[in-house]
Design a protein around this ligand. Sequence first.
Ligand SMILES: [Zn+2]
Length: 551
Amino acid sequence: MGYRINRRKFLGTSAAAAAGTVASGLGGAASASPPGTSARAAGLAPEEGVGPFRKLVIRGGTLIDGTGAAPRGPVDIVVTDNRISQIRDVRDADRNRPPHDADHEVDATGMFVTPGFVDLHVHAGGPPKNALRYPYKLWLAHGVTTVRGVQLASNAHSVAERELSDRNEVVAPRIVNYQRPGAEWGQGPVNNADSARAWVQWARDNGVDGIKIRSGDHMRPDIMAALMDEARRRQLGTVAHLDQRGVEQMNAIQAARLGLGTVTHFYGHFESMLRPGEQLFPDDYNYSDEQVRFSQVADWVNKIHPVGGSQWRAYLDEQLQLGTVFDPTFNIYVASRDVVRMRTAEWHETYTLPSLWEFFRPSNDAHGSYYWDWGTEVETAWKKYYEVWFQLVRDYHEMGGRITTGSDSGFIYQTYGFAYIMELEMLRESGLDPLAVITAATRNGAKTIYEPMGIDDPPIGTVERGKLADILVVPGDPTANQSLDEWERRGGGFKSLYGTGHERVNPETGELERVGGIRWTIKNGVVYDAPSLLADVAAEVEEAKAAGGQA
Ligand SMILES: [Zn+2]
C-alpha cells in the first residue's frame, strides 16, 4: 500500500510554531469566535476547520468502525449534509471512482479511520489554569469530538458553549453538560430529598444533561437516592465520584442499586468488597491532607476479599446486572506510580501553559498537587494497586460490563488531549484488546451519554450509515500488532495518536524519525487540520511564556 505520505511534516509544523517561526492566526483565549459569528466563514485560519459540506468524501482509508468489528479497507466514506450516507469498499485503486460531485475530499489513502473519541470525564480549567479554548483545541487535536463536562464550567457558560459547538461556531468538541446538585439555581442548598428533587427538575429545565454526584459534598444517602430517582424520571444521566468522606454510607454497589449510571475513578469499588471488621482508613488519616489521602489509597486492596475470588465475582456480577458503567480515568493517577515520568512528559515544554504548569506543581492549595514528598515506597504501593484496579476493569469487561474512557485532565501533570491518549494506552495495559479500547472510546461513550435520554442507538460513536460525521483520520494503525509486516503502518499503536507522535528508528534509513499524530479530526461535519490546532496551541504557550517569563 502506498504509504509514503509526509507524516513528518505534520509534526514539523508544531515544532516550528514552538520555535516561534510560524505566525499564529489566532492568539489563545482571544481566539474565541464571538457568539453569533460563524467560524465557518471563508478566509479563516486552518485550525478553525472547513465545512460542513453538502458532500464530503473520505477516500481510501482502512476503517475501524467502533463496533468492535475487524478493520476493513480500503473504503470510501461519503458524508452527505453531515450524515454518513455510504461506506463503499474500494476494490481497485481507480483514481476516477465515484462520487464525482463532492465539495470536499480527504485523502486517507494508507491511513486509518475511526469514530471520533468520547471523553466522559472532563473539566475545562478556567482561572487560574487556562481559558476554555485551550483544552478545546488540544482535545480536538487528539481526536476527542465529544466531551462530557462533569462539570465543564458553570451551567450557564456550559449551555452557551454547547450551543456554539452544536452550531459549529466555536472550535470545540461536542459538549455534554453535567452539573453538581444545587448548581446555580439560587434556591439554597440541596440538603434533603425534597430540595434534591426540586433541583433536578430545575436542572432539566435549564439545560443540564446529567448530574455529577460527589458523595462527600453533604450528600447523605437519602439525598443521593432522591437525586438518582428524579434523574431517571427526567431522563438525566448520573455519574458519581464516591469519595472517602461519604463512602462509608454509600459505596459503589449501594449507589448502583439506587440507579447510579456511571462510577468514575476507582472510589467505591473496593469499599464494596471490604472484609468484615477491616477499618478503611488508618488511624492518622486526614482527608484534608492530600498527601496522606492519596498515599493511603493503595492500602485498600489489602483489606478486601480475595482478588478474583467469589465475593469479587459476585460484586462484578451484580454491577453487570444493574448495567453500571465503569469510567476508570486510569491516567489521572499515573503520576502516583511514577511522578518523574509525568513531570517530564515530552509534551509539557511545547504544549503545557505556564499557568497550568504552576497549578501542577506540588502545593498545599491546588487540588491534586499532592506529591510534596513522594518516594519509592508510595510509588511501589501504587504500582501494585494499579494491578488490582486493572484486573477489576479487565474482569468486568470480560464479563460483558461496559468500560468507557475519561481523562479528568488539568490536574496532576496531565495536560488535556495528551492525557486522553494515555487513557487509551492504560486501558490496553489493563488487558482490553486494542479494538475493545477503541470501542470503549467511541461507541461505549456515546451509549452512556444517550441511553439516559431514552436513545439506545446514539447518533455518534460509530462510523456507520446514518451516523453524524464525527470521524478521525490517523496515519498509523492505532490497533497495530507485531504480526503486521508492514512496519511503516504501525506508528507505535496508540502512541501514533499523541500530538507529539511516536519516535522510532526507520529500519530502511537507520534515521530517527517522528511518526503519527492525528491528521484530521472531523467533528459535526467540520474538517479540522489537527497539526494546525497543535501549532496554534504551541504558539499560545510560547506567547504566555514570553509574557510571563515563566518556563
Ligand atoms: Zn473530575
